[in-house]
Design a protein around this ligand. Structure first.
Ligand code: NDP
Length: 681
C-alpha cells in the first residue's frame, strides 16, 4: 500500500490512521498515494488560521507580504523537477505542467510585484478621494479597505493542483487572510508536495497556509461572518455549498467558479484566405488538447458562419489527426490522460448526451491510438469534435470536461451573439475577427455574459496569451452558470478579500486613521525646510508656506517664447479677450506649476533625490498678469521602498492667488533618502 497523504494542520503534519481512498496514476493506473481526512481536527485548523496565521500576516505591511510572495515564488521556481515528475502522474504532459506549475509560480510573482507597486506600505488601502461632508471642512468621509480577521478556505478542482492553489493563495495572503487549502482528492498528492516545499521553506508565517487532504464536507460548519470560501469545481457541489446554513445565514462569503460552456466565434468577415481562419482553428485545437481539455476555460462551443463550417471542420480534423496521445512523460506526446477513469466515463456520458443534437465528426470515444500507454489502465480519450444540428440544445447545457468541442453555425452576427449567450454565463469567450465593427458588436454583445473576452486577429496573435489562459492581472470568473465569482484581476482580487468601510471624521482624526494627510488637517510649518529632512525625519503634515510672487506679462511672454507654447490665450490679447473662459491673456498652467516649484524648492544638495511626477493636476482659476501666487506644500504620504535606501514622498500642493482662491492643485511625487547624510559603506 502506498503512503497516506498528510494534511498540514495547526503547525504540524497530520496523517490519518484510516485506510483511505487510493489515488491512481492517470496514465498507468498505478496507485500513487492514499487519502483520508478521518481524525483531522477541522475546527482546530480554523482556530489556528484565525488565532495564529491571521494576526501574523496582518502584522506585516502589504509590501512585506508582497516581498514574502516573491521569495516564495523564487524558492519554488528554483527546483521544479520533482514537481514536474509528479505532475506527469496526473496525466499532464510537460506543456500541461507548464500551465499548472509555472502558471502558478508566475501568479505569485505577478501578485508580489503588483502588491509592491500598487498597494501602500501600510495595512489599510484607501479607496477613492476624501469626500467633504460639511461646508466648513471639519467633517470628511473616506472609504478604506481593511483585512478581515477570518480564514480564506479554498476548495479546488482536480485539474490545476498547483495553479489552483497559488492563484487563490496569493491575493488572500496579500489581503491579510490565512488560507486553508483543500485540493480535489484525485490530484491532491501534487498540491501536498508543493505545500510541503512551502512549509519547509519557512517563508510564510506559521498559520498562513494549512492543507486539508481528504473530505471537506464539514469544514463550512466551522466558518462564520469574517470567513470566505472560494470554490472551483462542479455546479453540483457549488449548489451544496450555496445551501450551507453558514452561507445562507451566518454571512460566510462564497465565491464560485463552476461549469462554463465557453465559446469562440469566428467573425463573418473572415474568408478562407485570411490568417484569422487558421488562428481560429489553431486556438480551438489547443483548447481541446491542452490538459486534455480539462480546463474550465476551454472552448466547448465553436460558433462559425454557415458558409465556413465545412472548411473549419476539415482544418480542425487535419490538425487533430496530428495530435499524438499517450504517456505524458514521452516528449513526442501532445495530449496526456484525463485525471481518472471515472472522469473519462463522465466525459463519455457527456458526449453521448451531446450526440442527441450533434454528429460526431472527428474521433471515436471508445478508441484512441496511443503511444507508450495502455488504454485500459490509463484514462485516455481521443479528441472529439461534434457538429451541432440546427436548433441543438445540449451543446449549451452539457459540459464535457475533456478534449471535446462542438461546432455550431450562425447566419447573422445577432444569432452568433445569441448562441453565445445560451451558455447562460461563461468564464471566457473569444472572437476571431479583423473587422473593427464586428469586434465591437460581438464584444459588447458578449460582455454581459462573460468574465473575459479575447479578440484575436493577425495583429495580436503573436503576443496573444490564448483563449484559455487566465492571467493574474485580469479578472477570472464569470456570471450566471460560470458561478458568478471573480478571482484575480490584479489588486481587485486582493480587495475582494477585504472589507470596505466608509469612515466619517474630522480631517485630523482621518489623517491619524488613514496615515495619509487629509485636506483641512493640521499642518506643521517649522524653521527647517522639509526638503532638508530625510525619510526618517519627515512627518505627515510637515509643510511649507511659500512667499508670494507676482506673475507679469513679461513672464508669460517669456515662457511662450522659450517653450514655443504660443497658444493665443497667452500671446494674443484680442483673441484671448474673446475667449469666454479667460477674457484676456492668462498664464500657462505649466508656467504656474513651474513658478510654484521655484517657490517651494530648497535648492541645495539634500535628501530629496528626484521628482518623479505629479498626480491629479488641475488648473482651477486662471492666473492673469499682475496676480500674485503662493504655494502650500504638505507631506501627504510617506512610502519607504523595500530593498532601497530611499522612499516615496507624496506632497499635497495647493497654489493660490492673492484672494486665496486655489489656482492649481496636485500631488508632487518625490524620492527621498531614508537617511541624510547617507551612511557611508
Ligand atoms: P467537484 O465539485 O466534485 O469537486 C471540486 C472540489 O470540491 C474538490 O476539492 C472536492 O473534493 C470538493 N468537494 C466535493 N464535495 C464537497 C462538499 N460537499 N463540501 C466541500 N467540498 C466538496 O468537482 P470535480 O473536481 O470532481 O469535477 C467534477 C466536474 O466539475 C468536472 O467533470 C467538470 O464538469 C466540473 N468542473 C468544472 C470546472 C470549472 O471551473 N468549470 C473545474 C473543475 C471541474 P474531493 O475531490 O475530495 O471530492
Amino acid at each position: 500500500m502506498t503512503a497516506m497523504l498528510e494534511s498540514y494542520a495547526a503547525g504540524r503534519w497530520f496523517r490519518s490512521e484510516a485506510e483511505g481512498e487510493p489515488l491512481l496514476d492517470a496514465a498507468t493506473g498505478e496507485e500513487v498515494a492514499r487519502i483520508s481526512a478521518a481524525g483531522l481536527d477541522l475546527a482546530g485548523m480554523v482556530d489556528h488560521a484565525r488565532d495564529v496565521g491571521g494576526p501574523a500576516i496582518r502584522d506585516l505591511t502589504f509590501h512585506e507580504r508582497a516581498q514574502l510572495l516573491k521569495e516564495l515564488a523564487a524558492h519554488l521556481s528554483a527546483d521544479k523537477d520533482e514537481i514536474y515528475a509528479l505532475s506527469a502522474r496526473t496525466g499532464a504532459t510537460r506543456r500541461d505542467s507548464l500551465v499548472d506549475v509555472d502558471g502558478g509560480f508566475g501568479t505569485l510573482f505577478s501578485y508580489a510585484s503588483k502588491g509592491r507597486r500598487e498597494l501602500p506600505a501600510d495595512t489599510v488601502v484607501l479607496d477613492g478621494p476624501t469626500e467633504p461632508l460639511g461646508r466648513a471642512g471639519t467633517f470628511v468621509g473616506q472609504h478604506l479597505y481593511v483585512s478581515r480577521p477570518g480564514v480564506a478556505v479554498q476548495i479546488n478542482a482536480f485539474n490545476f493542483p498547483v495553479w489552483g492553489m497559488l492563484e487563490k493563495l496569493a491575493p488572500a495572503f496579500l489581503a491579510g487572510m490565512p488560507s486553508i487549502v483543500k485540493p480535489a482528492s484525485q490530484t491532491a498528492y501534487l498540491t501536498e508536495l508543493v505545500v510541503r516545499r512551502i512549509v519547509e521553506s519557512g517563508i510564510l508565517p506559521e498559520g498562513s497556509l494549512q492543507l486539508l487532504c481528504g473530505s471537506a464536507t464539514t469544514l463550512l460548519d466551522h466558518l462564520g461572518p469574517m470567513d470566505s470560501v472560494a470554490f472551483t469545481g462542479s455546479a453540483h457541489t457549488a449548489g451544496i455549498l450555496r445551501d450551507h446554513p453558514n452561507v445562507l445565514h451566518a454571512g460566510v462569503r462564497l465565491g464560485v467558479e463552476a461549469d462554463s460552456l465557453n465559446c469562440s466565434i469566428l467573425g463573418p468577415d473572415v474568408t478562407p484566405d485570411d490568417p484569422e481562419l487558421e488562428l481560429f482553428v489553431k486556438a480551438l485545437v489547443a483548447e481541446m488538447t491542452v490538459k486534455a481539455g480539462q480546463k474550465c476555460t476551454a472552448i466547448r462551443r465553436a460558433i462559425v458562419p454557415e458558409s465556413l463550417v465545412d472548411t473549419v471542420v476539415g482544418l480542425t480534423a487535419e490538425r487533430l489527426a496530428r495530435v499524438v496521445v499517450g504517456d505524458p512523460r514521452n516528449p513526442d506526446v501532445r495530449m496526456g490522460a484525463l485525471a481518472s477513469l471515472a472522469q473519462r466515463d463522465e466525459v463519455r456520458k457527456a458526449v453521448e448526451a451531446l450526440r442527441a443534437s450533434a454528429d460526431l465528426v472527428v474521433g471515436d470515444p471508445d478508441h484512441v491510438e496511443l503511444v507508450d500507454a495502455d488504454a485500459e489502465r490509463g484514462a485516455f480519450l481521443a479528441p472529439l469534435l461534434l457538429r451541432a444540428h440546427a436548433g441543438a440544445v445540449e451543446p449549451h447545457e452539457v459540459e464535457p470536461f475533456g478534449p471535446v468541442s462542438t461546432v455550431l453555425t450562425y447566419a447573422t452576427l445577432e444569432e452568433a451573439v445569441a448562441l453565445a449567450a445560451r451558455g447562460s454565463g461563461s468564464l471566457v469567450g473569444s472572437v476571431v475577427t479583423h473587422d473593427p465593427e464586428v469586434a465591437r458588436r460581438v464584444v459588447l454583445g458578449l460582455a454581459p455574459w462573460h468574465g473575459r473576452i479575447l479578440v484575436l486577429d493577425r495583429d495580436d496573435a503573436g503576443e496573444s496569451t490564448g483563449h484559455g489562459s487566465p492571467l493574474p492581472v485580469l479578472v477570472h470568473g464569470g456570471p450566471g452558470r460560470a458561478g458568478g465569482g471573480e478571482e484575480l484581476g490584479g489588486i481587485r482580487g486582493v480587495l475582494r478579500h477585504m472589507q470596505r468601510t466608509a469612515i466619517q471624521a474630522s480631517p485630523d482624526l482621518m489623517t491619524a486613521i488613514t496615515g495619509r494627510w487629509t485636506t483641512g488637517a493640521r499642518r506643521r510649518v517649522e524653521a527647517v525646510h522639509p526638503f532638508r529632512k530625510s525619510l526618517a525625519e519627515l512627518r505627515i503634515g510637515d509643510s511649507i508656506e511659500s512667499p508670494s510672487r507676482t506673475v507679469t506679462l513679461e513672464d508669460i511672454a517669456h515662457f511662450a517664447d522659450f517653450t514655443g507654447d504660443t497658444f493665443y490665450a497667452h500671446t494674443d490679447e484680442e483673441a484671448a479677450r474673446a475667449n469666454p473662459l479667460f477674457g484676456g491673456i492668462v498664464a500657462h498652467g505649466y508656467l504656474v506649476v513651474s513658478l510654484a516649484a521655484g517657490l517651494f524648492v530648497e535648492p541645495n544638495p539634500g535628501p530629496v533625490l528626484a521628482n518623479f511626477g505629479v498626480d491629479s493636476l488641475r488648473f482651477l482659476t486662471p492666473v492673469k498678469a499682475g496676480d500674485a501666487i503662493s504655494v502650500r506644500l504638505t507631506v501627504k504620504q510617506i512610502t519607504p521602498r523595500t530593498n532601497a535606501d530611499y522612499g516615496e514622498v507624496r506632497w499635497d500642493a495647493v497654489v493660490s492667488n492673492a484672494a486665496g482662491d486655489p489656482v492649481a492643485t496636485y500631488d508632487v511625487l518625490t524620492l527621498v533618502a531614508k537617511r541624510w547624510p547617507p551612511v557611508e559603506g
